[in-house]
Design a protein around this ligand. Sequence first.
Ligand SMILES: CC1=C(CCC(=O)O)c2cc3nc(cc4[nH]c(cc5[nH]c(cc1n2)c(C)c5CCC(=O)O)c(CCC(=O)O)c4C)C(CCC(=O)O)=C3C
Ligand SMILES: [Fe+2]
Length: 396
Amino acid sequence: MSSTALTPSPYDALLLFSFGGPNEPDDVLPFLRNVTRGKNIPEERLVAVGEHYYHFGGRSPINEQNVALMAALRAELERRGVELPVAWGNRNWEPYTTQALTELRDAGARRVLAVVTSAYGSYSGCRQYRENLAASLVELGAATPTGDDGGAGLVVDKLRHYFNHPGFVRANADAVVEAYEELAARTGVDVATLASSAPLVFVTHSIPDTMEEASGAQRPSYSTQHRDVGALVAAQVSERLGAPVEWTLAYCSRSGPPSQPWLEPDVNDLLGERHAGGTRSVVLSPIGFISDHMEVAYDLDTEALETARELGMAAVRAGSVSTRAPFVEGLVDMVLERAAAERGEAVERVTVGTLGAWPDVCRPGCCRLRAGEDSGVPAACGSDSVGDGAVGAVAR
Ligand SMILES: CC1=C(CCC(=O)O)c2cc3nc(cc4[nH]c(cc5[nH]c(cc1n2)c(C)c5CCC(=O)O)c(CCC(=O)O)c4C)C(CCC(=O)O)=C3C
Ligand SMILES: [Fe+2]
């Protein structure tokens, strides 16, 4: 555990900042409209994704998962004697970000640290959140959407991406070890034998190739981040199972028109190829997602596990980090680390792997939608807050 002093100053609140999801069937279409506004998503894809939600009663599990994560964060803060209120707000559904920030402001918060439920950096997991946050600050009264208190009544910072934090890696490794144990129980084959015969397939959300390229303009790209985590998780798992595990990275949840290239291979295609190559059992680990929300419940548990069944492969889907202790403790470590950094103290930004820490304040041009293209859309929590090419407009 970190030895960082247990004061959250200068922060006086946390915002758990997430995606959002529908709670009931009537929410599904308005939610999907929020998500896809201004995006080039074909109508057929929207109808299909609507069906994924209706298949689960029109309700996404993501909201209760965020409530659970918020409770776990509160419990961990309390355990350490850190007084820091936590609110929850979403980009695409109630409770919306603006509502959460309003509540925090009304309760007296003036400096808020946002913990985004996206572990990796890309437009979808970084700048998209920063743009939505900037819009919320304007709704709250900010004259300029910088994240500074330009009239919003509070300042919001964003916690750095945590894909390569040891807590996130450890929680994923724990879940994968449990999945191999379950596969052993199910197949009657011992764990060490499975380790060397059942590949470990890491899965994440596909993104357009253009978004992947833009994610790599400033920092190692989205897929590179995943491969770094994959290597670390696989190494821990191999050590614990007593045999080297072979791993690979696959993608799910592709949308967009067929003409637009997205990251591949799709997890279903990969299972088919592996089966043709003689593989008879696999573990799927959703390292791209922090909870078992709809992408996991539908795209992996419904679709990919069905693909495996049809092929006659034994497949176990490992859990996501959700509220596992190493993950939650790691987030709180990072919050205290960032607070110390903001107080001007010398802190080590803890990471594992080869890529180093994501910057606390995003650099100009970070995680654009397309490389080399300034969208002109204001984004909070970056040194390019007003228009993403405006290097001179340093917010903080
Ligand atoms: C990288 C990434 C993450 C991981 C990072 C993170 O966790 O933030 C993520 C998470 C999520 N994506 C989610 C849902 C959706 N994503 C969509 C569309 C898209 N996602 C994209 C990327 C990502 N998405 C992209 C490039 C698009 C194309 C349109 C666009 O450029 O924005 C669509 C539209 C329909 C469709 O095309 O699928 C939906 C409904 C939910 C909620 C699940 C629930 O309800 O439980 C969650 C957590
Ligand atoms: Fe998505």
